[in-house]
Design a protein around this ligand. Sequence first.
Ligand SMILES: Cc1cc2nc3c(=O)[nH]c(=O)nc-3n(C[C@H](O)[C@H](O)[C@H](O)COP(=O)(O)O)c2cc1C
Ligand SMILES: Nc1ncnc2c1ncn2[C@@H]1O[C@H](COP(=O)(O)OP(=O)(O)O)[C@@H](O)[C@H]1O
Length: 316
Amino acid sequence: MKQLFRDVDGGPLCPDGSVACIGAFDGLHLGHRALVRHAAERARALGVPLAALSFEPLPREFFARGAPPPRLMLPRARAEGLCALGADVVGLLRFNAGFAAMAPDAFARRVLSARLRVREVWVGPGFRYGNRRAGDLETLRESGARLGFEAGEIEPVQLDGERVSSTRIREALGSGDFDTAARLLGRPYAIGGRVARGRQLGRTLGYPTANLRFGGKVPALQGIYATRVHGVGDAPWPSVSSFGTRPTVDGVEPLLEAHLFDFDGDLYGRRIEVEFVARLRDEEKYPDLPTLVAQMDRDAARARDILMQTPQRATA
Ligand SMILES: Cc1cc2nc3c(=O)[nH]c(=O)nc-3n(C[C@H](O)[C@H](O)[C@H](O)COP(=O)(O)O)c2cc1C
Ligand SMILES: Nc1ncnc2c1ncn2[C@@H]1O[C@H](COP(=O)(O)OP(=O)(O)O)[C@@H](O)[C@H]1O
């Protein structure tokens, strides 16, 4: 990670100026990538750093409160992805009541001007910001005229005649359509994290599983999947994974658990990425553990077959 900040106020982060791009950036799909890459080119042309601005929690999570909408990626993966696309500074601004109440011009003054000394700001089509979503490209340009920056928006990125959006990706993931999700994302859908300890029951069932927490967020998919785990061997590791609350063992917190085929070793604390290849079924509550294990045997056999027949999806 290059430089991460979370607060609206504080000292200038880019004293010699910057180019900024702003978005929720959930998923970092083809549209987000086009925006960040364009802003990165502008930053290079002007010889200043690129600041990518996003929010945590996501605005729609903040407003939904009780029933937050599912999300595609955790903040760490989003920040790392933004850096990989060319951001030198990443802002994951704390989206709280105070932030939501900020007028558009105050956002421009405090964040864009005081903290980042922006010279250009780039946003996606239809971008809105500030209290009651009152800010748009026009208000950004008005603030810029006073504060000394320019603002622009990129063309919408389309796929199959429709705009690429996080909503379309959530829908594709929900129905297990990983080909469509991968085409919208420009890479296969994967969830990364650090392997945590569980109840150590898996090994007694013959299925040790590397567990990833989803940080209390609502994932965009649930069920049993054929997967490939990145970060263990040199090549993606064939595996079968469960993403759910484990009703059979009275689980509560949703966990992503990956069982790596023909692997025996300690993964605790390791950073891995679980790439989703195909959906096998919904999670079920079984009457006892032998019934669950018999089903896991069938899941594992099917996952092996599918993985053998499915080539690695490409990254754009
Ligand atoms: C392929 C696979 C399928 C699973 N299917 C279910 C399921 O349908 N219902 C369920 O309650 N748990 C399911 N689980 C989760 C197990 O209950 C869990 O892995 C087990 O309790 C071990 O937990 P531990 O990692 O905390 O030791 C599945 C796990 C795997 C690897
Ligand atoms: N084939 C395997 N797939 C996944 N994890 C494995 C495997 N073999 C050993 N492990 C290790 O065992 C741990 C999982 O064992 P498990 O009994 O399910 O414990 P826990 O409940 O703590 O996840 C993993 O985190 C990893 O360190």
